[in-house]
Design a protein around this ligand. Structure first.
Ligand SMILES: [Zn+2]
Length: 244
């Protein structure tokens, strides 16, 4: 057994490199799709920070492989939406999953349309009308913030905030800076179910994610990084001295 390079510094996991699937996961953790991709009407563009290196548990690749209309762009900045997406698109018909948290208006679902000032819009339906695509930012909290600030064109897209009803299924496998942070895949699944009123689409995305986490837990994988800045330490006692 040799430690594989490039699997990210935060996970301790030894794999034989020849056991890697083309998706870059060891075969024991591969959830590559079988069967046709899921038909999503709303296109999904994931902007991935180049230092998001969680190749074992990252979810952007799963989103791109599972959905018929989804792409991942890796980088720090793009001139605009068309360059990031790789084709001519009309930015006015696209939205972005905003990073800020929001107090959802009464009766609102998990996807709340916001004004540029960050307050919920009165006309939620209007904000969704004719929506062609959605941008999601992939990386840690600080990496996602960097992507937001380095791409001013994002602030001109329609703005949506997610209000997750439950914490991320990552659980102990990944610590986030914020308790309401969910994985890119969970965010995309939640948004698409809301926009397309198609629970099967969400389930089709969530199934491989649940499978991945079950495999990771069965392999004894655990997060090796310290707790995020806004989170209470939740590490095993014997680890505590070296972390804090
Ligand atoms: Zn694979």
């Amino acid at each position: 057994m040799a430690a594989a390079r490039g699997l990210g510094p935060v996970l301790r996991y030894n794999v034989v490199v020849s056991d890697l699937c083309p998706c870059a996961r060891p075969k024991a953790l591969c959830v590559c799709p079988e069967g046709p991709p899921l038909a999503n009407a709303t296109a999904v563009l994931v902007l991935q920070h180049p230092q998001e290196q969680d190749k074992l548990l990252g979810t952007a690749g799963i989103v791109a492989r599972r959905l018929a209309r989804a792409r991942v762009a890796v980088g720090l900045s793009w001139r605009g939406l068309a360059q990031a997406w790789g084709d001519a698109v009309e930015p006015a018909t696209w939205g972005v999953l905003y990073l800020g948290s929001v107090r959802a208006p009464a009766g609102a679902g998990p996807l709340v349309a916001l004004s540029r000032g960050g307050t919920p819009l009165a006309d939620q339906g209007g904000a969704r009308e004719g929506l062609q695509g959605l941008v999601a930012l992939d990386g840690s909290w600080s990496q996602a913030k960097a992507l937001w600030w380095r791409n001013p064109w994002l602030s001109r897209l329609r703005r949506f905030a997610l209000v997750p009803a439950a914490p991320s299924l990552y659980g102990e496998l990944r610590r986030e800076a914020r308790d309401d942070a969910v994985s890119t895949l969970e965010a995309v699944a939640m948004a698409l179910v809301e926009l397309e009123r198609d629970p099967a689409l969400g389930e089709g995305l969530m199934a491989p994610f649940r499978d991945l986490l079950a495999r990771a837990r069965a392999q004894g994988l655990r997060h090796g990084a310290g707790p995020g800045p806004n989170r209470r330490p939740n590490v095993r006692r014997r680890d505590r001295r070296s972390r804090l």
